[in-house]
Design a protein around this ligand. Structure first.
Ligand code: NDP
Length: 475
C-alpha cells in the first residue's frame, strides 16, 4: 500500500504532524536526512500506519500520485537542500508543502521556480507549537489553489477546530507567499499581544506594587471577559507557579527567570515588511524593540546605577478602579495592534494580488494558534459586515471600545510615565489612535522643512499641484 502523504523532517514538528495525520486514518510516509531519527519514530510507533524510508528515492516511491509531500525542516538553506533533492524525483502535478517558518519572499521565489517545472508549491504557516502539531494546529497554506484542493481534505482533518462553531482552523489563504505572509503577521501580532500583557504586569508590579499571587488572580479574572485568550490564560497560570529547582521553592518562578527576551526573528520580519510597504505598525515594532532592549541586560544594570528614576510620588487611586483601567488599556492597545496588523495585511494583499479574506484569517486563528482569543470573532464579524473595511477602527465594535476605553489608556500611560516604568506598547497604541483620528498632523511643517533644505516641494491646502517656496529670498 502506498502512503497518502509524506512528511520530510522528523524533528518535533514533522514527527507530531505525521502522527496527527496518521491518527485521522491516513497512511504517512516519513523521511529524515539522519535516518536514526526515522528509526526512533518507528520504534516508538511501530503499530501506526507509517511507512519509513531511509533514502529520498525510497520515500518518493512510497507515495501515491499525485504525490503530496510536507516538508518540516529548518527554514532557509535546509529547505532549499530538500527541494533540490526532491525535484528530480517528482512528477508534474505533485504538491510540495513547506510548513517551516519560511520568509514569504523565499516562498514567492520558490513557488515561481517550481511552477516552471509543473510542481505545485504550497508555503504553509503552522502555528501552535509542538502540541498544536500533534493535536491540531492553525494552518495558513498559500500557493496554487488547485494544489490546495488536493491537500485540503487532510489539512481540514488535522487542524484545530474553533470552539464557537467547530470549523477547521485552515483555509486557502492565497497564491504564492500569502500563507507564509499571514503567518508572519500572526507572529508579529503574537509579539504585540505578549508585550501588552507584559506591560500590564509591569505596571501592576512596579507602579502599583501588587504581589504575584494577586496578579495571577487578576489575569484569571480578565480571562473570563473580553480579554479571554490563550496568552492571558497561560499568564495567569505562570503567575501561580513556584520555583522548581532553586533553593527557595516557595518563590514564584517568574521572579527567578532572567529578564532577557529572546526571539527567532519573525516579529522582526513583520516590522521590516511594515517599513517596506509603508504601514504604521508601531505596536508590534515596539514589541520587537522591547525584546532587544531587554537583551541589553548588562548595560541596563549599569545604567540603572547612573540614571535616576523620577522623584515624584504617583497617585494610584482606588485599587479596583486602577485594575479596571489597566484592563481597558490592555484591551484598547490590543485592538490598535490588530487594527495595524490587518491594515498591513490589506496593503500587502493589494500589492501582491493575494485577495486575502480578512474575516477568514481571524476565523482560522480562533483555535490551535498562540493568538487564539475570543475577540477574533469580532474581527470576523467586522469583515463579514464590510469586506472592504479599510481599518478595523472604523468598525462599530472597535469604534465603541476605543471611545469607551481611551481615557483609561491615557491615565495608565501617564501613570507609568510619571512612575518611570516603560510602556512602549501602550503608548504606541494611544499614539496610533490619536494619529489615525487626527484631521491635521504636523506634516505641514515637515513638508516646509523638506522644501526648505532640499527643494522637495509641497502640496497646498487650497489648490492642486506641487509648489516650491522661495525660502532663500528676503520677504
Ligand atoms: P528544526 O527547525 O530544529 O529542524 C530540524 C529538522 O530539519 C530535522 O529534521 C533536520 O534533519 C532537518 N534539516 C536541517 N538541515 C537540513 C538539511 N540541510 N537537509 C535536510 N534536512 C535538514 O525542527 P522543528 O521540528 O522545531 O521545526 C521544523 C520547522 O517547523 C522549522 O522550519 C520551524 O521553524 C517550523 N516551526 C516550528 C515550530 C515549533 O514550535 N518548533 C512551530 C511552527 C513552525 P536532521 O535530523 O538530519 O538534522
Amino acid at each position: 500500500k502506498l502512503a497518502n502523504i509524506g512528511v520530510v523532517g522528523m524533528a518535533v514538528m514533522g514527527k507530531n504532524l505525521a502522527l496527527n495525520i496518521e491518527s485521522r486514518g491516513f497512511t504517512v510516509g516519513i523521511y529524515n536526512r539522519t535516518a536514526a531519527k526515522t528509526d526512533e519514530v518507528m520504534k516508538d510507533h511501530s503499530e501506526k500506519k507509517l511507512i519509513p524510508s531511509h533514502t529520498i528515492e525510497e520515500f518518493v516511491d512510497s507515495l501515491e500520485k499525485p504525490r503530496r509531500i510536507l516538508m518540516m525542516v529548518k527554514a532557509g538553506k535546509p529547505t532549499d537542500a530538500v527541494i533540490d533533492e526532491l525535484l528530480p524525483l517528482l512528477d508534474k502535478g505533485d504538491v510540495l508543502i513547506d510548513g517551516g517558518n519560511t520568509n514569504f519572499h523565499d516562498t514567492m521565489a520558490r513557488n515561481a521556480r517550481l511552477d516552471k517545472s509543473g510542481i505545485n508549491f504550497i508555503g504553509m504557516g503552522v502555528s501552535g507549537g509542538e502540541l498544536g502539531a500533534l493535536q491540531g494546529p492553525s494552518l495558513m497554506p498559500g500557493g496554487q489553489k488547485e494544489a490546495y484542493d488536493l491537500v485540503a481534505p487532510i489539512l481540514e482533518q488535522i487542524s484545530a477546530k474553533a470552539p464557537q462553531d467547530g470549523k477547521s482552523c485552515v483555509a486557502y489563504i492565497g497564491p504564492n507567499g500569502a500563507g507564509h505572509y499571514v503567518k508572519m503577521i500572526h507572529n508579529g501580532i503574537e509579539y504585540g499581544d505578549e508585550e501588552l500583557i507584559d506591560e500590564s504586569y509591569n505596571i501592576m508590579r512596579n507602579v502599583a506594587g501588587f504581589s504575584v499571587d494577586e496578579m495571577a488572580g487578576i489575569f484569571k479574572e480578565w480571562n473570563k471577559g473580553e480579554l479571554d485568550s490563550y496568552l492571558i490564560e497561560i499568564t495567569a497560570d505562570i503567575l501561580t507557579r513556584k520555583d522548581d529547582i532553586g533553593d527557595d521553592k516557595s518563590k514564584p518562578i517568574v521572579d527567578m527567570i532572567l529578564d532577557r527576551g529572546n526571539n527567532k526573528g519573525t516579529g522582526k520580519w513583520s516590522s521590516e515588511d511594515a517599513l517596506d510597504i509603508q504601514v504604521p505598525q508601531s505596536v508590534i515594532t515596539e514589541a520587537v524593540y522591547a525584546r532587544y532592549i531587554s537583551m541589553m541586560k548588562n548595560e541596563r544594570v549599569e545604567a540603572s546605577k547612573q540614571l535616576p528614576a523620577p522623584k515624584g510620588n504617583v497617585e494610584l487611586g482606588e485599587k479596583k478602579v486602577l485594575i479596571e483601567k489597566i484592563r481597558q488599556a490592555l484591551f484598547f492597545s490590543k485592538l490598535m495592534s490588530y487594527a495595524q496588523g490587518f491594515e498591513q495585511l490589506r496593503i500587502a494583499s493589494d500589492k501582491n494580488d493575494w485577495n486575502l479574506k480578512f474575516g477568514e484569517l481571524a476565523q482560522i486563528w480562533r483555535a490551535g494558534c498562540i493568538i487564539r482569543a475570543r475577540f477574533l470573532q469580532n474581527i470576523t464579524d467586522a469583515f463579514d459586515k464590510k469586506p472592504d473595511l479599510t481599518n478595523l477602527l472604523l468598525d462599530d465594535y472597535f469604534k465603541d471600545i476605543a471611545a469607551k476605553y481611551q481615557e483609561s489608556v491615557r491615565d495608565v500611560v501617564a501613570l507609568a510615565v510619571k512612575a518611570g516604568v516603560p510602556v512602549p506598547g501602550f503608548s504606541a497604541a494611544i499614539t496610533y489612535y490619536d494619529s489615525y483620528r487626527a484631521e491635521v498632523l504636523p506634516a505641514n511643517l515637515l513638508q516646509a522643512q523638506r522644501d526648505y533644505f532640499g527643494a522637495h516641494t509641497y502640496e497646498r491646502t487650497d489648490r492642486e499641484g506641487n509648489f516650491h517656496y522661495p525660502w532663500y529670498e528676503e520677504q
